[in-house]
Design a protein around this ligand. Structure first.
Ligand code: NA7
Length: 552
């Protein structure tokens, strides 16, 4: 950054910005920083780019947002030239795309792979961050951007005896790079979130026997995945200006689709059923956008939930198994809805068993089996599809110290506190991309990533142009934002579920609804307005500039 020659000139290990993570957020951040003439170093713990898509290599892994929309929009050439092969891109193709982006924009030279950021400490005397990495180095930077991902800290369950199991144990979120062949093996899968639901049908085809250990039954909608035709790809390519605009400004979740014009109870039974049926046949996440009040009104939500329950009963032949697969404890959509290919039908296979570990919790894992309800399920391999310490887990693994040496983990011990999901008071010049308090995981992540990266880039340019050295969320603006995020969440049905959005999947994690549910369009507007008002709610200071801004 030209306003801070002291930072870049002092040593070769000083940068304007350190970016943590080379997933979709970190890569785009680097690209934008370079465009502003800023120096940046990206540290990535994996050996390649792609973040979540680098680690989640489990069988059947796919994105649940359609490929033509789960892609960068910042480069017209990129979005015109890349050929997605299927409606929902499989993980290897998304990883290939990430690598293509890294090559096309020549990003690798500023990314250091196989390197974890271990600590980051803010020095109040110099207003610089000191960042230490797993290779024993320390670098300094004026700004740190955490592009650490929301679903990147795979969580092993705390089950007695797990370490004793003699067969292979895999976690879906940390899958080996070598091919895993389950042919002829007795396999157990623990967990039935998106990862379990995607991998179960594929593993069932290989394994001699598959035992699925389910704690909570999930709502899942058929993906109806298929190859994309040239016509479909070309439609998107021609209509990208409108598709992207709509996703950014109008769609609540950053996905282009029809906007519902009515609530579920505005239609009679037959019409409602027809609409659900049409969406079920079309498949995909937009099932939840049939009506505009499914996330708000329990009676409306029940109509959608009952429709899906009816489908499960139709598909699964054994009525007892169907019953156990039927979600009953939370409104549909309040745990991330799953998108599947033949998940429920897989339980009609003779080599698949469903074990209800809510009714019969796992007692322990022995050298050769999982014991639940007094039964021993003998296994050769175990797949943990048990999810992530979502949204805050990867940030928490870094020892981050702000003003007065206070750690971010200490500050967030009762739940994450941010202003706009972008910054946390007491931690100057530290940004989080798609952090808690922003739409993040409730949206098409790439839409939210691009918005945050663009906002941060504009902000850094503004600071440079105005001779500002530090920027920090004001405590009262942060308090108001946290209250707003909470208030909006409680106007919906979402807090009724024990979901990872609430931190409920990690024992001891504070129960806070972490993402901002106000929608990506309104959120973008709020962020733009804050910037237009001179970064209202942030405190900005600089040697060459007077104290710039105060609370909102
Ligand atoms: P999820 O959605 O967090 O699912 C994890 C699953 O593992 C879920 O069924 C959990 O049951 C189950 N689980 C977690 N811990 C345990 C223990 N200790 N014992 C038994 N079962 C357990 O993670 P995914 O990887 O599937 O998906 C994450 C996101 O990635 C997904 O939402 C998409 O956005 C993409 P629970 O429901 O908590 O009772």
């Amino acid at each position: 950054m030209s306003a801070s020659p002291s930072v870049t000139a002092k040593t070769a290990e000083a940068y304007d910005v350190v970016v943590v993570g080379a997933g979709f957020a970190g890569m785009y951040m680097l690209h934008r920083l370079r465009g502003q003439g800023m120096t940046a170093r990206v540290f990535e713990q994996g050996s390649g780019v792609g973040g979540t898509w680098y680690w989640n290599r489990y069988p059947g892994a796919r994105c649940d947002v359609e490929s033509m929309q789960y892609s960068y929009s910042f480069s017209e050439e990129l979005q015109q030239e890349w050929d997605w092969s299927e409606r929902y891109a499989p993980q290897p193709e998304i990883l290939k795309y990430a690598n293509h982006v890294a090559d096309r924009f020549n990003l690798r030279s500023d990314i250091q792979f196989d390197t974890r950021v271990e600590t980051a400490a803010f020095d109040e005397a110099t207003s610089l961050w000191s960042v230490t990495t797993s290779d024993g180095k320390t670098v300094s930077a004026k700004f740190v951007v955490l592009a650490t991902g929301c679903l990147s800290n795979a969580r092993k369950p705390d089950i007695k005896g797990l370490d004793r199991f003699e067969g292979k144990v895999y976690h879906t979120g940390h899958w080996p790079h070598e091919e895993v062949d389950f042919t002829g093996l007795r396999v157990g899968v623990i967990g039935t979130g998106s990862s379990g639901i995607q991998s179960v049908p594929v593993i069932a085809e290989q394994a001699s026997h598959l035992t699925v250990f389910q704690r909570t039954a999930q709502f899942s909608i058929p993906a109806r995945n298929a190859g994309l035709t040239d016509e479909e790809r070309n439609w998107f390519r021609t209509n990208y200006p409108e598709v992207r605009r709509f996703a950014r400004e109008e769609a609540k979740n950053g996905i282009y689709t029809e906007v519902p014009d009515r609530g579920a109870l505005d239609d009679g039974d037959n019409e409602r059923r027809d609409r659900y049926e049409a969406r079920w046949q079309r498949g995909g996440l937009t099932f939840m956008s049939v009506y505009n009040n499914l996330a708000l009104d329990k009676a409306a939500n029940d109509t959608a939930a009952n429709f899906v329950r009816g489908k499960i009963a139709e598909i699964v032949k054994d009525s007892d198994t169907a019953k156990r697969l039927t979600p009953a404890s939370y409104p549909i959509g309040t745990k991330r809805i799953c998108i599947d290919t033949d998940y429920f039908a897989t339980f009609n296979r003779p080599n698949v068993t469903l074990v209800d570990i809510k009714a019969h919790p796992i007692e322990e894992i022995t050298q050769t089996a999982v014991r639940s309800g007094g039964e021993e399920y003998e296994l050769d391999a175990l797949v943990l599809a048990t999810g992530f310490d979502a949204m805050t887990g990867s940030v928490a693994r870094i020892d981050i110290r702000g003003r007065d040496g206070r750690t971010l983990n200490d500050k967030w011990s009762a739940g994450p506190r941010t202003y706009l999901g972008l910054m946390s008071a007491g931690f100057p010049n530290l940004f989080v991309i798609t952090g808690p308090g922003s739409p993040s995981v409730l949206s098409n992540m790439i839409v939210s990533i691009e918005q945050h990266v663009d906002w941060i880039t504009d902000c850094l340019s503004y600071m440079r142009d105005n001779g500002l050295d530090t920027m920090e969320a004001a405590t009262d603006a942060e308090d108001k934002w946290v209250a707003h995020v909470n208030e909006v969440a409680y106007t919906t049905l979402f807090p009724q579920a024990d979901s990872w959005y609430m931190g409920a999947n990690v024992p001891g994690k504070p129960r806070i609804f972490m993402p901002y549910i106000g929608g990506v369009g309104p959120y973008r507007q709020i962020c733009n307005d804050v910037a237009a008002r001179g970064y209202e709610g942030f405190v900005m200071e600089g040697a060459k500039a007077a104290r710039k801004s105060v609370a909102s």
